[in-house]
Write a protein of this length. Structure first.
Length: 237
């Protein structure tokens, strides 16, 4: 990792339609790549923020990754319309997942040349930030070998359940998309999909694990703190 502290522009977008969030990501992603290309031989000032971190929540929506299987959505178009759930086939990795209110969706648009050029490490750092946040609430979580994301009882074939899903895109070491962390999420929506294409494991949330709603603002603050510690960045508004 670069020894200098890198500034990352942070925005909490609140509740935003998935398509609007995706469009904003694409703009920032394109700007970051263009900036890298134009300034390859003319580095920016030390503290110029060329990376971004977006937090948001989405109205109910299913997203299918570029290599995902459409049959992992068990609703028809008419049923989606009736239930007022959006659906998008997008350009991230991974299969199908759900986004909705009560879920922290994080979109890091990072120039990994500023940090470390290792996608495996990048995913593990995102997972670790969520694991540490859950630990703050007394929830013990872990990883499942070969499966991306954060799990509760991951080693137990019967009770393993995912609490945070990850799916990213990376080009020229610039990332987009990110993670979906279930805090107070309505888990009923997961009944209509095979989450991440995994049909033998469940899905959970902080609210379900603690048997009470959790303060979203507090969780966001703790998550920001752990991400800052792990990446060594400075978040600026």
């Amino acid at each position: 990792m670069n020894s200098r502290t890198k500034q990352v522009a942070f925005s909490d977008l609140g509740i935003i339609k998935y398509k609007d969030g995706w469009t904003l990501q694409e703009v920032l992603f394109g700007e970051t790549i263009a900036q890298k290309t134009a300034l390859r031989n003319h580095p920016l000032p030390e503290n110029h923020p060329t990376s971004h971190l977006l937090f948001c929540e989405h109205p109910p929506v299913y997203t299918l990754g570029k290599n995902g299987k459409p049959e992992n959505l068990v609703l028809t178009e008419a049923e989606l319309l009736k239930k007022q759930i959006d659906y998008h086939h997008i350009n991230r990795g991974g299969d199908i997942t759900f986004h909705g209110p009560g879920q922290i969706v994080g979109y890091p648009i990072l120039d990994l040349d500023q940090f470390f050029t290792d996608i495996h490490r990048y995913l593990r750092v995102l997972e670790e930030a969520v694991i540490l946040t859950l630990k703050d609430y007394g929830i013990i979580s872990d990883r499942v070998p070969g499966l991306t994301g954060v799990w509760i009882d991951g080693a137990n074939e019967i009770s393993a359940r995912k609490i945070c899903a990850l799916g990213i895109k990376c080009s020229r070491w610039v990332t987009m998309h990110g993670f979906a962390f279930n805090v107070n999420t309505n888990l009923d929506y997961f009944n209509y999909i095979i989450p991440c294409g995994i049909n033998d494991k469940g899905v959970t949330s902080m609210q379900k694990e603690l048997d009470k709603p959790v303060d979203m603002s507090e969780v966001k603050q703790k998550l920001q703190s752990h991400l800052t510690q792990l990446f060594g960045w400075e978040l600026i508004s």
